[in-house]
Design a protein around this ligand. Structure first.
Ligand code: ADP
Ligand code: MG
Length: 704
């Protein structure tokens, strides 16, 4: 049997079930079913005694063995149910079915012995199991595999056509009988041997029908390794292609613009780390290869300035640059700070900003000036990727603060010139290493590990509602010193309506507490029109408003050095990395800054730990590690989205870090020896790489 055979031809499936398998689980071929792995296992060697069942067993799967000693239909019509009495040597209990009762009843023979699998529940001291899986002892024994049985994820609609976990299991059994002999290897023998991996056939057999816990572990390892290895092969090949072809634009000149800016307009001296990174970028841009560099630096470390200097270098060499930000607010802010810094240089007036809300006429004008080369630096949002944005000669792309901008999206920008422009991706540090290796695994990395001099560490406090008056007093003190305050409210999709209500109520309270004319309060949230958002941001940035009440739209990148207080309401509802990002909005000037975490009185232990960590440290790296620990495997910032884009079936970027590291090492050693994977012993790897290769990337072989 071939893996690409339509699932409907597998015996026991048919048209109707096939349609549901496709729509509910995406299973279209028998191969898809083969890769629908159990998410856990039940130990079928363990048989419980009826008398031993207690509340402790409720809601977990138990296996029983006993005789059916009676059965009956109870109730009428749609409410009809089937009950059967199961007896073993220790006692009796009820089994109950509400669905497919007629069909089940026919399977139950009074006096016969059955294996029963289900979750017991207790009513008035009596134990029963609703909708157990049941089969005769003979049939159970004849299957031979009495170890662990897989539990398959399914859906309600599939359950209603007999494809609960057990039904899927039965299909997999049927499939395995037909397909096991034709399972082929996907990894070359030399790797399987060297890494002591299970063969693909053994791995698939043991993931579905484990012969022992050890074999199951080895099967899981092999399958996870294969996926992560495939992903790394894909990513590293992109990187290898880039470094073996000499098709990078050259920026050899340090020209007048760069020099003028550096000597006459730089508002402060660069930190050592900033200087080092500027050098690293310079040497990339004269190497002849395309630069693909990730710049990591904690919030407030001064990444924007580094990007600006790189863009000036591009200008000096006759190339345009663009800078892409994740939000409209941030794009506009970058625009205004770049404009300010470039005042009086030859680049004055040659910066433009383009976002989704740029008006048609203005847009047309900007597009024209960009195409003619008059605009040297184009700042914007994702709108920059669109095809209609064409440059005269784009040489450098800067992507700011974007955690979810993977290889594929970046690759779209490569086509905006005859050769791919240099790319600089900037991000604050808190990205787990595993995610970075996968999303950014094709990039070289620079780190800014030094804060600008004169920064005072932000003081962080955790207050509960009872301290609100004190907080108000403190805010007034700071405002009296001429400083500004952010007040941030949580906003999540699931509770959006209520969150907005809280935000509006909070705003009202603040306006009452901080009345005109002494105080001016602004608001900023996602539902406002883009021009209102820009206006609110401007009023705050220019110091007109003392307080900005906002949602976490300001989380990323906003820079108002005069703001010294960040109040985070319902702080327990934010994740650690988000709290750290928000805190990074203050402490950007020379003044002592504060972050106040407001929370309810009763907190979960985890929330208490999170807020405690914030009070204790300002170090983004330590917080991101702690975040991983507290959340464990789960949806670390962005993991889920990127995981989906990468289509991992069994491996997880957040919990399989070690396997990922190994996969990466092996992949890079293989590519070092055979970059094009054309040696005969690597034939299978070329296919694997193809399967996992990031889409849209440029094939360098085609260009040069
Ligand atoms: P981030 O790395 O979070 O993007 P920014 O680039 O926004 O940080 O910089 C944070 C603040 O620090 C800005 O107000 C910026 O002007 C200032 N800054 C950047 N570099 C220096 C420096 N070398 N010395 C003093 N202040 C600096
Ligand atoms: Mg920034």
């Amino acid at each position: 049997m071939r893996a690409d055979m339509d699932i409907k031809f597998l015996s026991g499936v048919g048209e109707k079930r096939a349609a549901l398998l496709a729509s509910e689980l995406g299973i279209r071929t028998v191969g898809d079913l083969l890769h629908h792995y159990p998410h856990r296992y039940i130990d079928r060697t363990k048989v419980y005694r009826i008398a031993s069942l207690s509340e402790e067993n409720s809601a977990t799967f138990v296996q029983l063995r006993g005789r059916i000693i009676g059965k009956a239909f109870l109730g009428e019509g749609r409410k009809q149910r089937l009950t059967a009495t199961l007896a073993d040597s220790t006692g009796q209990m009820e089994l109950v079915w509400f669905q497919q009762t007629k069909w089940v009843e026919k399977q139950l023979e009074v006096g016969r012995e059955y294996m029963v699998l289900g979750k017991p529940s207790f009513f008035g001291g009596k134990c029963n199991v609703v909708h157990p899986e049941i089969e005769t002892v003979e049939k159970f024994l004849s299957r031979g595999n009495m170890g662990m049985q897989g539990v398959y994820s399914t859906t309600e609609r599939l359950t209603s056509v007999g494809l609960a976990s057990k039904g899927l299991y039965t299909l997999v059994c049927t499939l395995w009988e037909h397909i096991s002999d034709s399972v082929t290897e996907t990894l070359p023998e030399h790797l399987v041997k060297r890494l002591d991996l299970l063969s693909r056939r053994d791995a698939l057999q043991n993931i579905h029908f484990p012969t022992s816990p050890q074999m199951l572990q080895r099967a899981i390892y092999r399958l996870k390794f294969e996926e992560l290895f495939g992903v790394q092969l894909g990513i590293l090949s992109v990187k290898a292609g880039r470094t073996t072809h000499r098709n990078g634009f050259m920026f050899p000149r340090v020209g007048d613009l760069f020099r003028d800016f550096y000597e006459n307009h730089l508002p402060f001296t660069l930190t050592g780390a900033q200087k080092r990174v500027v050098k690293e970028i310079r040497s990339d841009c004269v190497s002849g290869h395309q630069m693909n560099r990730l710049l990591q630096g904690d919030v407030g470390s001064g990444k924007t300035l580094v990007a600006l200097m790189a863009m000036l270098l591009a200008s000096d060499n006759g190339y345009q640059s663009c800078m892409m930000a994740p939000t409209e607010i941030l794009a506009r802010q970058h625009y205004s700070s770049l404009t300010k810094m470039l005042r009086g240089t030859s680049a004055e007036g040659r910066v433009a900003v383009l976002t989704g809300s740029t008006k048609t006429r203005e847009r047309r004008e900007i597009l024209e000036r960009t195409l003619s080369g008059e605009v040297q630096i184009l700042v914007g949002t994702h709108a920059l990727i669109e095809d209609r944005v064409q440059f005269e000669n784009l040489g450098l792309v800067v992507i700011d603060e974007q955690h979810r901008f993977g290889v594929e999206q970046r690759a779209k920008l490569w086509t905006k010139n005859s050769q791919p422009p240099h790319i600089l991706v900037m991000t604050a540090t808190p990205i787990p290493r595993t995610l970075a290796m996968t999303l950014y695994g094709d990039l070289d990395v620079s780190v800014i590990d030094e804060m600008p001099a004169g920064r005072k560490p932000i003081k962080t406090y955790h207050l509960k509602e009872g301290m609100r008056l004190k907080l108000n007093g403190f805010m007034k003190q700071e405002i009296a010193k001429g400083r500004q305050v952010y007040v941030v409210y949580p906003l999540i999709k699931e509770s959006e309506a209520m969150d907005y209500q809280n935000l509006y109520d909070g705003f009202e309270h603040i306006v009452q507490e901080f009345p005109l004319p002494e105080y001016k309060v602004g608001a900023l949230h996602g539902k406002m029109a883009p021009e209102d958002k820009a206006e609110a941001m401007r009023l705050f940035a220019e110091g007109v408003n003392n307080i900005l009440v906002a949602t976490s739209v300001i989380e990323v990148g906003v820079d108002v050095p005069n703001a010294t207080v960040m109040v985070i309401e319902s702080a327990e509802r934010f994740g650690l990395s988000q709290l750290h990002q928000l805190r990074g909005r203050v402490g950007r000037g020379g003044n002592q800054s504060y972050c106040v975490l407001m929370s309810g009185d009763k907190l979960s232990r985890e929330a208490e730990a999170r807020l405690g960590a914030m009070v204790e440290t300002n170090d983004g790296f330590r917080l991101s590690e702690l975040d991983l620990k507290l959340r464990g495997a789960g949806d670390v910032n962005g993991t889920r989205q990127s995981g989906e884009a990468i289509d991992l079936r069994i491996a997880s970027l957040s919990s399989d870090g070690q396997i990922l590291e190994q996969a990466r090492m092996v992949a890079s050693s293989v590519l070092e020896d055979d970059a094009t994977l054309s040696k005969p012993e690597n034939r299978l790897l070329a296919a694997l790489r193809e399967r996992y290769k990031p889409k849209n990337t440029i094939d360098y072989g085609m260009i040069s």
